[in-house]
Design a binder for this molecule. Structure first.
Ligand code: HAM
Length: 428
C-alpha cells in the first residue's frame, strides 16, 4: 500500500496546525466584529452547482474539478470554491426570507482543484471566505474590502496591493463583449484553442489567458471601463469614494477579469508585495455576483464576497517575517514515582485538566530523569512530583521549571497553586 500523499495535498502536522488555527481564529474574530456569521456547507455537491454557478467556460469547470459518480449514478463534485455552494444554500434554506439582510456569512474549509501544484497552488487547499447576500450597496463592497484588509493587518500582512475593477452590469457587459469580439476576431487564429472557444462564449475570459498573455492584441483590447453605463459607472465611483473615506488604498486595473463567470460590477484581487514572496502573488480574490442567486432559482438577490487560502496567507506571513505562533506549552507535567503514586496519577492529572489546565504525564514507565526531561521538552511551567511518601501525607512536590525552585504543598491546593502560577488566566 502506498504511504505517499496524492500530488498537491499535504499533511499539516501539529507545529504547523497551530499557525492554521491562529489564522482561522483571527479571521473569524474580525468577521464577527463585522457581524458576519459562520456557515458550513458540504464538501461535495451536485456537479451542476458548479457548472451553473461558477460557469462552464471557466478553467475550474472545464479542467480542474474532481467529479465522480456515486453509487446511485449521480454526478457529484468536490467543491472547487465556496461561493456557488453558499448561493445554493441561501436559496435552498430560504435565507432570503430572513429579515436580517444582507445575510453576512463566512466559511472555512478544504477546496479541490486539479491544478499544477507549486508553492501556493495545491490540489487540496483551505479557503477562508465571506459572502454578503441581499444588498446592492457599494458601501457593502467597501465593507467587505475593509474586512479583508483588517484580517491581513491583524495577521501582520502589510505589504499589500489591492487591485480593483468594475465589470459593469449586464448592459455594459453586452456592449463590451461586442467590442471584444470585434477586436479579437480578425486574429483569433493566432490564439490558443481555449481562447478560440471563448471568443463567442465568453470573450472576457480571453483577457485572463496565461498562454496568450504576450499577444499584441491583449494590450490594446477595449477596456471595460470605457463601456460602463451610468449606473455601473456611478456604482464604481461610490465604491472608490467609500474606500477613500475609509483610508483603504487601491489601484484600478481595467484588465482584472477574474477566473469565475459569476462576477459583475466590483471585482478585486489582493496581492502580496513582500520581497521574497513566490511567483503566485495573489493572496485573495473576490467580487460582486448579482445574478448568482437567480441561477439557483432564488429571487433577484445581489451578493459580494471574497476568499483567500490559508496556504497563501502563511506564505505571505513568512515572507513578511511575522513571528508565527508556536506549539503551546504545558502548564504542568506530573511525574509519579512508586506503585501507589503511579496508580493515583491519572486522577491528579484529571483534576488539573478539569480546572482548564494543560497537563500531561508519562505513559511509558520512564525513570524519573527521563520524565523530567519530557517535562522540559513540553516546556512545562512546572513539574508535579508525587512519590509514595508524599502521597501517604496527601502532598506533592512542585518544581517551577524556570527558577528551579521546589516546594511541598498539600494535594488539595495543587489546582489553585498551578492556576495561580499561570496568572489565573484560562487557556485559549
Ligand atoms: P478564486 O480567485 O478562484 O476565487 O480563489 C480565491 C483564492 O483562493 C485565491 O486568491 C487563492 O488565495 C486561493 N486559491 C485558489 N486556488 C488555489 C490553489 N490551487 N491552491 C491554493 N490556494 C488557492 C474564488 O474561489 C471565489 N469563490 C472568491 C469569491 C468569494 N468571490 C466572491 N466570493
Amino acid at each position: 500500500m502506498s504511504v505517499q500523499l496524492p500530488r498537491g495535498t499535504q499533511d499539516i502536522l501539529p507545529e504547523d496546525a497551530v499557525i492554521w488555527q491562529y489564522i482561522e481564529k483571527v479571521a473569524k474574530e474580525v468577521c464577527e466584529t463585522y457581524n458576519f456569521e459562520e456557515i458550513r456547507t458540504p464538501i461535495f455537491e451536485h456537479t451542476e452547482v458548479f457548472t451553473r454557478g461558477v460557469g462552464d467556460t471557466t478553467d475550474i469547470v472545464q479542467k480542474e474539478m474532481y467529479t465522480f459518480k456515486d453509487r446511485g449514478d449521480r454526478s457529484l463534485t468536490l467543491r472547487p470554491e465556496g461561493t456557488a455552494s453558499v448561493a445554493r444554500s441561501y436559496v435552498g434554506n430560504k435565507l432570503f426570507g430572513s429579515p436580517n439582510q444582507p445575510t453576512k456569512l463566512y466559511y472555512t474549509g478544504p477546496m479541490f482543484r486539479y491544478e499544477r501544484p507549486q508553492a501556493g497552488r495545491m490540489r487540496q487547499f483551505v479557503q477562508f471566505g465571506v459572502e454578503a447576500l441581499g444588498s446592492a450597496s457599494p458601501q457593502l463592497d467597501a465593507e467587505v474590502l475593509a474586512l479583508l484588509v483588517d484580517i491581513c493587518k491583524r495577521l501582520g500582512i502589510v505589504n499589500l496591493k489591492l487591485v480593483i475593477n468594475s465589470l459593469g452590469d449586464s448592459e455594459s457587459r453586452i456592449a463590451h463583449r461586442e467590442a471584444l469580439i470585434s477586436h479579437f476576431k480578425p486574429a483569433i487564429g493566432e490564439f490558443c484553442s481555449d481562447c478560440q472557444a471563448r471568443l463567442e462564449k465568453n470573450p472576457l475570459r480571453i483577457l485572463d489567458c496565461k498562454k496568450d498573455r504576450e499577444h499584441p492584441l491583449m494590450n490594446t483590447a477595449p477596456s471595460i471601463l470605457d463601456f460602463l453605463n451610468d449606473t455601473s459607472s456611478n456604482y464604481f465611483t461610490q465604491l472608490k469614494e467609500t474606500l477613500d473615506m475609509l483610508g483603504i488604498s487601491y489601484t484600478v486595473d481595467p484588465t482584472l477579469v477574474r477566473g469565475l463567470d459569476y462576477y459583475n460590477h466590483t471585482a478585486f484581487e489582493l496581492m502580496s508585495t513582500a520581497p521574497g514572496f513566490g511567483a503566485i502573488t495573489t493572496l485573495c480574490g473576490g467580487g460582486r455576483y448579482n445574478g448568482l442567486v437567480q441561477e439557483f432559482g432564488g429571487p433577484e438577490t445581489p451578493g459580494i464576497g471574497f476568499a483567500f487560502s490559508i496556504e497563501r496567507f502563511i506564505l505571505a506571513m513568512k515572507a513578511e517575517q511575522v513571528e508565527l505562533p508556536k506549539r503551546r506549552n504545558l502548564d504542568a507535567y506530573v511525574v509519579a514515582l512508586g506503585d501507589e503514586a503511579n496508580k493515583r496519577a491519572p486522577l491528579i492529572v484529571h483534576q488539573l485538566r478539569q480546572a482548564g489546565l494543560r497537563v500531561d504525564k508519562d505513559y511509558l514507565n520512564k525513570k524519573m530523569k527521563a520524565q523530567l526531561k519530557a517535562a522540559d521538552r513540553y516546556a512545562a511551567s512546572c513539574t508535579v512530583i508525587i512519590g509514595d511518601d508524599e502521597l501517604s501525607r496527601e502532598e506533592a512536590v512542585i518544581k517551577h521549571m524556570s527558577s528551579g525552585e521546589q516546594k511541598t504543598i498539600p494535594l488539595s491546593e495543587l489546582v489553585s497553586h498551578i492556576v495561580d502560577l499561570r496568572g489565573g488566566k484560562q487557556n485559549d
